[in-house]
Design a protein. Structure first.
Lengths: 684, 762
């Protein structure tokens, strides 16, 4: 890599406007330029991606190589063909992604166990109803038992899923019956989470599995261990311990940082510590400590999925998505950035050296050279959380000049599948019927899940924005998670107000009826499992086929960058979804010069579609993604025998008429206005 | 919801729950927690609360917990901007409103404030009477509105609701644009046989006031029930809906979701909001939407067109001023048509070309002497009706002839002889269908507004009101009605219908003699028609739309429990609609002549009940008795201490020796559940030789509601004779003498009841 960089001619630096569509980001990038500081944006400009690695045509699995297969007919030293090498590279990424999500789930399961046994300081079981529902689904007795007893059994069951050697990982039972049968038939039901990841690594060791179809088959199994295993466990336990999300008002973008408060930014993916920081930040002792230091208090905000976890539960503001982590430090207003796991750039430490910001690592798994390490332990969570906040407060007097951009947007996150169920019918009639009805009638043309990261190789947030905006106008309901959701939040799509003027006429009626934003923020990236659950429940409600692959829906990750995204994409495909990702396929070579280098990517389209009804494609152009998304949705509608999408049929309901009457009768007497609304009231 | 509606509904709900809390606190202070609370004549406590929460409320002291639940369902109103979703929250607030409204009405009953007083008002009478001039007192106390509907009425409407004669109900809330509009709207609904529940007001003026001023008869019999003149009394409509699910759907209190979806899927009801919609109306409407009932308003309100909680649109605005139509009548027609579309109500209606409004809702109208133009039958003249089958060539379809003097010759309030002779022809017509069709004349004629028909055969008694005569109703119109209705309802077996109306006294005399010969022939034919003489019984699954697992097996000697379908009716129904609810059951081998088991009935019971019931005995209450939907006329129940059974009529509200009233018993007998020792039956089954013949027959009857003894006196005499004990009926106790088991035994001994000497019933 290093010599790659030196050999590549220095590329053109993008302007802040070219780098991002977010005005806060542009402002901070301009600051960085002035200060002569580098960020992921400038490093991406400086460092062209390796053109062989970028298409998966290099094998570095053993010391006979690394082998670069750039010509037709050549193989690696061992004879490995290009398709084998690409499939192995792909499955290794999937395994890493699956491992990351699942390890997150494992830690939460251990926390649940500790809480059940009264060994976790400061935690309690917030959502007993969900605990009982989930436990009952797995056949754990709930009647007449305390939440702790149930939680203990559930935690044991969950912990067992990781090391389980035979059988089926438990959450798979939640998938539609037909889908489970298909997986059983194809032999891709994960046995245990760790086993599939280990097997993936084993199979890709030198001299093992060397058949790309067979390798991709196990990629599916490894990914399913994430989506219908580790991730699903993570989501469930988070809800049980910290509360199942419901809509709440929040804010997003760097403007949420406060000039007169101690700003602590949490960054990473796990809710365990951040939830405790939320509690500790409101503790009178900490508030007093902050005041003594001359601040108004402690203001918490988040980056990435840790942000999403506390945003959707407590309305704690999100300072930004993945690419804004460095920019938060550039504001000079952050006393501490507390990080846990995943998506944390090592660059933070070097950057923070130029400011007063402390980078505090907390996970036993993650240390950054030069950062302060305060190791988190759920048994002493509250104490550690206070220690971290005190360290941040102690740093407040060191703050210098601040440059907080004035940009922030309100948003309404918190659309767990439980709440979606509730919001469509209330406590007594909760169901997905109104959603299915709306799709069947054509008010909602289809559903798009737009998820994933941001990536400095693509103009920041731009693909998310372009696709979301276009699909909404086409009456496609959008659900989002992770950094994609924060991108939409910054654009104002996560507000009910957006459902009135930024959508097609049918979707507007639905948004106005339910009071929802046209884009539903469903959580962090492990919470993509919530989308699977929603799709499953839509199928169960009836009218949209009997399996996920028949639902008029697509999945998109237009600005992805992490290996977790590949695992998510793979489990979504295996669940029946059409998934489109931005950029180039990391394992699709140059078909014109090396014909076999497209075998793997072809199989991800054709082979997987034949087997699972879902497929994986990579596309550079957001407009093409939009076209294909709509074409796919319309094709699924047609296959279901649903009426052709016709926006002219809808849009006649809502409050607008009352607004018009208000306008027409402005200045009229009360009687005249009443007459306009109610007509002549009968006289005695 | 729209945000506008959500805001107003949630605000209304918060206000009403607070009001209920204040009222309850006051009532608890003044009357004490042990004060009983109940709606009249219902076994379902406070029905919405019982249905939704499973709570059997009997005392004031139990209500605070109920209101605490209602409060827990409340939410803040949506923000002006950056709102959080509000649909689920609004529906919950609607439910809170219903609970609070029911609590308020229960407290008002405690204080005697329900039914609401309305001086000078009189409810249209009860269901059973023999003369239009009798004021049987069934109509409730003068000067009061109706208040809550009792279980008796619910059950008596049951069969009509399930067989589609009554397609659904309209909860009308508010006040129409004018009295004329009010009348027209109600008339339009009545013509479609849609029940109208009336409540609410606008600025103190209610549609009830409007209709009362226009002389529209309001009450059970005219399908227009005035609940009360405030919005809160609209809760009775939802109590009625809840009980429909409990009574006919076999659901239990507390199965809230099932009860609500039952209503969404099976009860075709809607809310019609007339005039200004205030916060409380919005919140009550949100409650109704939980039941799947849409709301249609005649004012400008935000529309909610996406579907899901309701089958079609949730809220529809159809401002009266904007409805096309030359007059109120046309506008009303369009408005009602819209309501029907939005709810997806299935209407079966014949277009009857007569100058008066026409529909089943007018069946119960009474024509009092003072309002009468002329009458036929009764004390002053003779009247009969006779339907006979004829050859196709001998009948001219649509020919209607009046032979003799016309209505104009009758002096005001006078009477005249009349004979209605209907000749029908059709390739699938059978002589056995003659009485089935003839019996329809009563319903068909009664459907005309301003015409009253009582009796059948040669005791027919018809009155024409002055109002009807004034708008041009003539004798020929009887023929038009019959021609139209026989074609629309029995088109599958009737190809041609010709009606002759005789008023010439001499001709009436001759035709009457001929008719009597036919009646006599039929009587003998019916007597010959026994279970052993046929090789097919009929199933009746009409009620499965309401009671999904119940099936009636109808034999010549055991009619359907609703009393509306006997074996011949079922046979005719099968001919009319071969894939309909009445299917022949081939009996096959007889397995047990005493209890009444055949191979055919055994197989059918299992299939028809979807496996819920394994076997059905045709003649026993003790082993595998037939199940019931909920529309039975009587309940038969074993009284073990007396070694016999009691028979309770659904019109009897008094206490029975079983320690329960009809309403409570009905909960055990309905819903398609097989309970040995309890059975719902049609009252004519009581006089059948096959009446619980496996268990000892009619001699087992130790107690019987007096209303049955009186109404069936003649038939019961025959039964007594058949039993060889002319005094048998006098040996049976009733509620006038006995209301407990302790009283029953000495009474039976004193009257030497035969059951005491029979083999043990167990």
């Amino acid at each position: 890599m290093a010599d790659e960089e030196t050999r590549t001619p220095r590329r053109k630096r993008r302007t802040p406007e070219e780098a991002s569509i977010d005005p806060a980001v542009r402002e901070m990038l301009a600051c960085a330029d002035l200060m002569g500081l580098g960020t992921a944006f400038s490093r991406a400009d400086a460092l062209a991606p390796c053109n062989i690695g970028a298409v998966g045509m290099c094998c570095s699995l053993c010391a006979m190589g690394p082998c670069r297969l750039t010509k037709e007919g050549i193989t690696g030293v061992c004879g490995a063909t290009i398709d084998t090498i690409q499939a192995r590279n792909f499955i290794r990424s999937v395994a890493a992604g699956s491992a990351a999500h699942s390890d997150h789930g494992r830690d939460l399961a251990f926390t649940l166990k500790a809480v059940a046994n009264g060994e976790a300081e400061g935690y309690s079981i917030r959502d007993v109803a969900k605990l009982r529902t989930v436990a009952a689904e797995y056949g754990i007795a709930v009647k007449g038992r305390t939440p702790e007893e149930i939680a203990n059994d559930l935690a044991d069951l969950y912990i067992a899923q990781f090391g389980q050697q035979r059988g089926t990982v438990a959450p798979v039972v939640r998938a539609p019956k037909k889908r489970q049968n298909l997986w059983n038939e194809l032999g891709v039901v994960p046995r245990g989470v760790d086993r599939e990841v280990v097997e993936a690594l084993h199979r890709t060791h030198m001299g093992d599995d060397q058949d790309h179809v067979h390798l991709l088959h196990h990629a599916v199994r490894t990914a399913l261990a994430d989506g219908w295993g580790g991730s699903m466990i993570a989501t469930d336990v988070s809800d049980i311990l910290f509360g199942t999300p419901a809509p709440v008002l929040g804010e997003a973008n760097l403007g949420v940082l406060k000039d007169d408060m101690v700003n602590v930014v949490v960054h990473g993916h796990e809710p365990t510590l951040s939830q405790m920081l939320v509690a500790a930040s409101q503790d009178p002792e900490i508030v007093a400590y902050a005041k003594a230091a001359g601040a108004g208090g402690v203001s918490l905000s988040g980056i990435c999925c840790t942000a999403n976890e506390i945003l959707m539960r407590q309305g704690i503001p999100a300072a930004g998505n993945f690419l804004q982590q460095e920019l938060a430090i550039l504001t000079g207003a952050v006393e501490a950035m507390v990080v846990d796991v995943q998506c944390i750039m090592q660059a933070l430490v070097v950057l923070a050296e130029g400011f007063h910001t402390k980078i505090i690592t907390t996970s036993p798994k993650v240390k950054l050279k030069g950062a302060t390490h305060i190791e988190f332990d759920e048994h002493r969570a509250l104490t550690i959380a206070k220690d971290i906040l005190k360290a941040a407060i102690d740093n407040y007097p060191n703050r210098g000049e601040t440059r907080i951009p004035a940009y922030k947007n309100s948003l309404i996150p918190g659309f767990s599948h439980e709440y979606i169920n509730y919001m469509l019918g209330g406590s007594y009639r909760a169901s997905f019927r109104p959603l299915n009805d709306a799709i069947m009638a054509g008010r909602i043309r289809g559903v798009a899940a737009i998820v994933g990261c941001t990536n400095p190789r693509i103009q920041h947030d731009s693909s998310h924005a372009a696709i979301t905006e276009a699909l909404l106008k086409q009456d496609v309901l959008v659900v989002e998670t992770g950094c994609s959701a924060i991108a939409s939040a910054k654009l104002g799509f996560l507000l009910g107000d957006a459902g009135l003027d930024r959508v097609g006429p049918g979707l507007r009626e639905v948004c106005e009826t339910v009071g929802i934003p046209p884009v539903l923020h469903m959580g962090s990236c492990v919470d993509n499992t919530r989308i699977l659950t929603v799709l499953t429940q839509m199928v169960a409600e009836g009218g949209l086929g009997d399996d996920i692959d028949q639902v008029p829906a697509v999945g998109l990750a237009p600005e992805w960058m992490s290996e977790k995204a590949l695992s998510i994409a793979t489990y979504c495909v295996a669940s029946g979804a059409y998934v489109m990702m931005g950029g180039h396929n990391p394992v699709e070579g140059r078909g014109d010069t090396v014909p076999d280098s497209v075998l793997v990517s072809d199989y991800m389209r054709g082979g997987w579609e034949e087997a699972y009804g879902g497929k994986l494609e990579f596309l550079d152009d957001p407009q093409e993604m939009i076209r294909r998304a709509l074409a796919h949705i319309d094709a699924k509608r047609e296959a279901l025998g649903l009426p052709k999408y016709d926006p002219t049929l809808f849009g006649r309901s809502g409050d607008a008429r009352l607004g018009e009457i208000e306008e027409e009768t402005r200045g009229a007497s009360l009687e005249e206005r009443q007459a306009a609304l109610y007509g002549q009231v009968a006289a005695r | 919801m729209s945000r506008y509606i959500a805001t107003r509904a949630i605000r209304g709900a918060n206000a009403l729950v607070s009001e209920a809390e204040a009222m309850l606190e006051q009532a608890l202070g003044e009357r004490g927690p042990e004060t009983p609370v109940a709606f009249p004549n219902t076994a379902y406590y406070l029905p919405v609360i019982f249905g939704m929460m499973g709570k059997e409320i009997g005392q004031l002291g139990e209500l605070p917990g109920i209101l605490a639940h209602a409060r827990s369902l409340l939410h803040p109103t949506p923000s002006e901007e950056h709102w959080t979703p509000y649909l689920g929250e609004t529906l919950d607030s609607g439910m809170a409103t219903l609970i609070a409204a029911e609590v308020i009405e229960a407290i008002r009953y405690v204080y005697g404030l329900q039914p609401e007083s309305m001086p000078g008002f009189k409810l249209a009478g009860g269901t059973a009477f023999t003369s239009p001039d009798s004021d049987g007192g069934d109509g409730g106390p003068d000067g009061h509105l109706n208040g809550a509907i009792d279980d008796i009425q619910l059950r008596s409407w049951g069969i009509q609701l399930v067989d589609g004669r009554m397609p659904g109900f309209a909860a009308i809330v508010g006040c129409a644009r004018s009295n004329e509009a009010a009348v027209q709207i109600v008339r339009q609904l009545q013509q479609r046989n849609i029940l109208c529940f009336l409540s609410g007001n606008v600025n103190g003026r209610s549609i009830i006031d409007q209709l009362a001023e226009e002389g529209v008869e309001l009450g059970y019999d005219t399908y227009t029930v005035p609940f009360g003149r405030d919005t809160i009394s609209a809760i009775y409509a939802l109590g009625f809906a809840t009980r429909s699910a409990l009574t006919f759907g076999g659901l239990k209190g507390g199965q809230a979701r099932e009860i609500l979806t039952y209503n969404k899927d099976r009860v075709f009801a809607f809310v019609l909001a007339l005039g200004e919609v205030d916060d409380l109306k919005y919140s009550a409407a949100a409650g109704a939407i939980n039941f799947g009932f849409p709301v249609i308003a005649d004012t400008v309100i935000p529309q909610i067109l996406p579907t899901g909680v309701t089958t079609y649109e949730h809220v529809v605005s159809m401002p009266w001023n904007e409805i096309e139509g030359a007059d109120d009548s046309e506008k009303a027609k369009r408005l009602v048509q819209k309501c029907i579309e939005v709810r997806g109500v299935k209407i079966r209606m014949a277009d009857v070309p007569v100058p008066v409004p026409y529909g089943s809702a007018f069946e119960g109208e009474v024509v009092r002497k003072a309002d009468m133009r002329a009458e036929f039958g009764g004390r002053g003249s003779r009247c009969f009706e006779h339907l006979k089958m004829a050859k196709l060539d001998d009948v001219t379809d649509g020919k209607i002839e009046v032979v003799g003097p016309d209505l104009s010759t009758v002096e005001d309030q006078g009477s005249m002889d009349m004979g209605i002779v209907v000749e029908v022809a059709g390739r699938k017509m059978e002589q056995d269908f003659e009485p089935v069709l003839e019996r329809q004349i009563h319903y068909f004629v009664n459907g005309a507004s301003g015409i009253q028909h009582i009796g059948q055969r040669d005791i027919t008694w018809i009155r024409i009101s002055k109002k009807a005569a004034d708008v041009g109703f003539s004798l020929e119109d009887f023929g038009k009605i019959l021609h139209a209705r026989f074609h629309s309802d029995f088109g599958a077996i009737v190809d041609k219908v010709q009606v002759t109306i005789f008023t010439d006294p001499a001709l009436v005399e001759g035709r009457l003699a001929e008719a009597r010969r036919a009646y006599d022939f039929r009587n003998r034919r019916l007597a010959d028609l026994t279970d052993d003489a046929v090789d097919e019984f009929y199933s009746c699954t009409l009620c499965q739309s309401f009671a999904p697992n119940h099936v009636c097996i109808v034999s010549p000697e055991r009619l359907g429990l609703c009393g509306a379908y006997n074996w011949l009716d079922c046979k005719a129904s099968f001919s009319i609609n071969p894939t309909g609810p009445n299917q022949p059951i081939r009996l096959g081998r007889k397995l047990d002549a005493v209890s009444g088991y055949w191979e055919g009935t055994k197989d059918y019971a299992r299939i028809g009940s979807h496996g819920v019931v394994e076997e059905v005995a045709m003649y026993s209450i003790m082993q595998n008795p037939m199940t019931a939907c909920g529309c039975f006329e009587c309940i038969v129940m074993v009284i073990p201490e007396a070694n016999g059974v009691m028979v309770v009529s659904r019109e009897d509200t008094s206490m029975t020796p079983a320690g329960m009233t009809f309403s409570t018993l009905a909960g055990m007998a309905g819903g398609g559940i097989q309970t040995p020792g309890v059975m719902g039956v049609g009252k004519y089954y009581l006089i059948s030789p096959k009446f619980i013949s496996a268990d000892g027959g009619f001699k087992r009857v130790v107690w019987m509601s007096s209303v049955l003894k009186e109404a069936m006196a003649r038939e019961l005499e025959v039964v007594a004779e058949r039993a060889g004990d002319a005094e048998l009926i006098e040996r049976i106790a009733d509620e006038r003498s006995v209301t407990s088991v302790d009283e029953l035994l000495p009474w039976l001994e004193a009257h030497a009841h035969p059951a005491l000497a029979m083999d043990p019933i167990f």
